[in-house]
Structures are given as structure tokens and as C-alpha cells.
Design a protein. Structure first.
Length: 204
């Protein structure tokens, strides 16, 4: 994983990254206190059941996004396990939080493959969707929408399959505004995400 593939690559990167680090380490209290880091533009994907999945599918509730691919041998298993942990924490805390995992390897990650992957990680599909689309749409959603870098192209001959991408979880509010980035390697950041989602769900 290169440094550029772990964070932002855009003009406002420094200021946004500072806010991200503060929230990931210390936590942001309540929805109104969370920074507004930009809007998620419209996207059109398909979920693990092959059904259309767009930004309207998750509008109206807080949700957390991650970018992974099922052939990934390194960071993706950790990211998906963290998403599962967040799902369990949110359920236990009665926080109405949706989860969305976007595949950055859509040529391989068909809905059927994503269903198997979801089962492998014990995902509760009632609140967690695994989505895919054409490669251009996925990249534009990641980079222009979530400011998450995706680099390379699938190459089975390489140890990382030729793809690198950011590993943060991204919290989005009910109005499709990005409200925080959370480091998957930090256990406290996972709890902060659930706490911040509770604030957004309550409209605080």
C-alpha cells in the first residue's frame, strides 16, 4: 500500500485530513459537531442480489462505506472484518447504521461473488450491502465522491493483484454529506464511528 493510496489526493486534502485524524483519534460528538467534508454525488451500482443500488437506496439514514475487493490478499480482509465489528457494535447499541462495501474489482466481483464473500464474513445483509458496477463508475465514486484513492488495474500475477486503495471507513449522513473518515487499524476509531452515527441518526 503506497502513501498516496491511503488517503486524499485533492486540493483540500491537508485541511480535511487534519479533521479526519482528530475525529478518528478523539471522536466527534454528535451529528451537528461533525465536519461537513463534502457531498457524495449520485451513483448507480448493483448489490449482491443483482438489484439496483444507488445513493437513493441509502438516503435518509447514516451509513458507512468501505472499498474492498474479494481477491485482495492483504488489507481487504481486515477492512471487512472491521466492518463486521462495526455492524455488531451498532446493532448492540441500537444505532440505525447501514454499511456499504464497494468493490474496486468489478470485473471479478459479480453479485454472486459478492454474496459468497458476504457469507464468508458473516455479514448481516439486512443492513450491509456489497455493491459493484462498471470500473469507471466505481473509480469515479471512490475518487470524486469519497476522495478515496484507487490505483492500478487487476493483475493476478502481482501479489496485491495490481490494485491499491484507501482503507478508511467513511461515514455519510442521511443527506449524503460525508461527515468523517475512520482508520480501520484503530479500535477506538471503530467505536467513534458508531458513536458519531448515533448522533446523526438522532439528528443531533
Amino acid at each position: 500500500m503506497t502513501p498516496t493510496s491511503f488517503g486524499f489526493r485533492y486540493g483540500r486534502a491537508r485541511g480535511a485530513l487534519l479533521v479526519v485524524l482528530v475525529c478518528a483519534v478523539a471522536g466527534c460528538k454528535g451529528g451537528k459537531d461533525l465536519p461537513d467534508l463534502g457531498g457524495v454525488p449520485p451513483f448507480a451500482m448493483a448489490d449482491q442480489a443483482g438489484k439496483p443500488f444507488t445513493n437513493e437506496t441509502v438516503r435518509g439514514k447514516p451509513w458507512a462505506a468501505a472499498f474492498v475487493f474479494t481477491r485482495c490478499p492483504s488489507v481487504c480482509p481486515r477492512v471487512t472484518k472491521v466492518m463486521r465489528e462495526v455492524q455488531v457494535r451498532a446493532k448492540d447499541a441500537k444505532v440505525d447504521l447501514r454499511l456499504v462495501s464497494f468493490s474496486v474489482d468489478p470485473d471479478n466481483d459479480t453479485p454472486e461473488v459478492l454474496r459468497r464473500y458476504a457469507t464468508e464474513y458473516g455479514a448481516d445483509l439486512a443492513t450491509w450491502s456489497f455493491v459493484t458496477g462498471d470500473s469507471k463508475s466505481v473509480r469515479e465514486t471512490a475518487e470524486k465522491g469519497f476522495k478515496i484513492a484507487v490505483e492500478g488495474s487487476p493483475d493476478p500475477s502481482k501479489a496485491d493483484f495490481g490494485l491499491t486503495h484507501g482503507t478508511q471507513l467513511v461515514l455519510v449522513d442521511p443527506e449524503m454529506r460525508i461527515r468523517g473518515y475512520y482508520t480501520t487499524a484503530d479500535e477506538q476509531a471503530r467505536q467513534n464511528l458508531v458513536n458519531d452515527a448515533r448522533g446523526l441518526a438522532a439528528g443531533r
